[in-house]
Design a protein around this ligand. Structure first.
Ligand code: CFM
Length: 537
């Protein structure tokens, strides 16, 4: 089969031609040829995956239990469901945690499950759930238990919230439930929203003591994958910025409870936690803006934004000193590596924020991102938050509770006057996320919820030097002779955040794109005749 040129228009046509007409019509709206920052085009996102298509996505339970609550070390995360849902969520996401002392509570290595059986599906599982709460309490004496619903729980109608209320009363600790059945939304993204809502309803604002420090911030949407949060904590500490709470890398329930005491919320992963940022602003008056600690330059920029917000001479000087020191080390490394990576091509299809953030690091390596997309991002993650009012709310989104948040008169505190906020607005861009597309070059392909077939075609035609995705894609891609870098688990490497992380990333990518081993592998279409058929109906 003749290879078509690296022409995105022809690539798109070729893909769509292969699909049945109805599917082509749907997929067409999720495959966008980027037209440069001035002309960001609408993309279809956050809709159901077409049945039969192999998607990269996960489920709502994964987004709620695994992603948002998973990294918190001292909540017993109890899964109400068949054991498989727990087993496949057990230590598969690489968030790390560091308890202050060896005997501080840390349940991250455990998998708590009600292990539902056929009889529970038929006769109900609430009794078993209560028993599991009691058992967990007896053994671990945790400060809190979170109950996570898997698909069958919703199907048979077990009321996890009623059980949570009853057990909270009986055991005297905070117990809260999540209706995060896997099917509840079109992807993990619904689970983020459900997790955000429950944190807001049951946890945030319970404890009025805060971390000790002059510049008190919360870090939202950083989950300490591969130790990223440790590196960010190191940088904050060096700068004199105090982390009051983290959602939720290396966090504790106490941090969530006191989150309302901070002076500022900074948002790293917009997709998973923007709801909490918005709700905390309405309820407690905490302003928020977007940061990015992936990439040395964006880390520096994010630190400067935080310093500017506080407007303190000593902090600003300190931040500049730290940036100068750290960037000097980074520069030494990148000067050695960049000549070897310059001009190479990357593609990344991950989650709802990293496909954007990691383009910064590839940019520092002089590499081009020819194609990128999210698994479950919404239009705002692609086009920027300004499109939110124009997003059509469909039945799947309406399925997720939208909390009405009111000002908490007792705990609301105005951090900055309106005048101060408007002077800062220009550089800090409060409540804004500009999305991925403005930062991508003209002629690049932006694809939402990439299908397996589309992935194969991207590789066949573009032959990128590295393809970034997850474990489900890894070995398929590598069998085609293209190295795959996992951006979910970092292939058990990392951290990649901050300044030290950037250097680790440069080194890992250098190794990946410059090894000759991949040339020894031939993709099936390079060695065998291809049998093709036309769809006729
Ligand atoms: Fe946010 Fe994440 Fe991501 Fe995400 Fe995720 Fe993740 Fe991800 Mo895997 S919260 S959207 S649901 S940055 S688990 S830590 S790596 S898909 S890009």
């Amino acid at each position: 089969m003749a290879k078509i040129e690296m022409d995105p228009q022809r690539w798109k046509q070729e893909i769509l031609q292969k699909y049945p007409a109805k599917i082509a019509k749907k997929r067409e709206k999720s495959i966008i040829i980027n037209d440069g920052p001035e002309n960001v085009k609408p993309i279809q996102a956050n809709i159901r995956t077409i049945p039969g298509i192999i998607t990269q996505r996960g489920c709502t339970y994964a987004g709620c239990k695994g992603v948002v609550l998973g990294p918190t070390r001292d909540i017993v995360n109890l899964v109400h469901g068949p054991i498989g849902c727990s087993f496949y969520a057990w230590l598969t996401r690489r968030n790390q945690t560091l308890p202050p002392t060896p005997d501080s509570p840390n349940y991250m290595m455990y998998a708590f499950s009600t292990d539902m059986q056929d009889s529970n599906i038929v006769f109900g599982g609430e009794l078993k759930l209560k028993q599991a709460c009691r058992e967990a309490f007896e053994i671990f004496k945790p400060k809190a238990i979170g109950i996570f619903s898997t698909c069958p729980v919703g199907l048979i109608g077990d009321d996890v919230h009623a059980v949570a209320r009853e057990m909270k009363e009986e055991l005297g600790i905070n117990i809260f439930g999540f209706s995060c059945e896997g099917y509840k939304g079109v992807s993990q993204s619904a689970g983020h929203h459900i997790a955000n809502n429950a944190l807001m309803k049951h946890v945030i604002g319970l404890n009025d003591t805060c971390a000790k420090g002059k510049f008190l911030i919360n870090m939202l949407g950083e989950y300490n994958i591969g130790g990223d949060a440790f590196e960010i904590e190191r940088i904050f500490e060096k700068c004199g910025i105090t982390l009051n709470s983290s959602f939720s890398g290396n966090s504790t329930i106490e941090q969530f409870e006191r989150a309302h005491m901070a002076d500022l919320n900074v948002v790293m992963c917009h997709r998973s936690i923007n709801y909490v940022a918005e709700m905390m602003e309405s309820k407690y008056g905490i302003p928020w803006f977007k940061v990015n600690f992936i990439g040395a330059k964006s880390s520096a920029k994010s630190l400067r934004k935080i310093a500017e917000y506080f407007g303190d001479k000593e902090l600003t000087d300190n931040v500049e000193k730290v940036i100068a020191e750290e960037l000097a080390i980074v520069k030494k490394e990148i000067d050695l590596i960049r000549p070897k990576t310059e001009g190479k091509m990357a593609m990344m299809f991950v989650g709802g924020s990293r496909a954007h953030h990691y383009q910064e690091l590839f940019g520092e390596l002089g590499m081009r991102t020819m194609s990128a997309g999210y698994e479950f991002g919404h239009r705002d993650d692609y086009e920027g938050r300004r499109v939110i009012p124009s997003i059509v709310v469909d039945a799947d989104s309406r399925n997720i509770e939208q909390l009405t948040i009111e000002k908490d008169e007792a705990k609301y505190r105005q951090r900055k006057t309106e005048a101060e906020l408007s002077t800062l607005e220009d550089s800090l861009k409060f409540n804004e996320y500009e999305g991925m597309m403005v930062e991508m070059a003209k002629g690049t392909l932006v694809i939402d919820d990439l299908s397996h077939y589309e992935m194969e075609k991207l590789i066949e035609i573009y032959h990128p030097d590295v393809f970034c995705a997850g474990i489900k894609e890894k070995y398929c891609v590598q069998k085609m002779g293209i190295p795959l870098k996992q951006l979910h688990s970092y292939d058990y490497g990392g951290p990649y955040a901050g300044f030290k992380g950037a250097v680790y990333f440069y080194k890992d990518i250098d190794m990946i794109v410059n090894t000759s081993v991949w040339k020894l592998i031939k993709a099936p279409w390079e060695t065998e005749a291809v049998i093709e058929a036309e769809y006729a109906a």
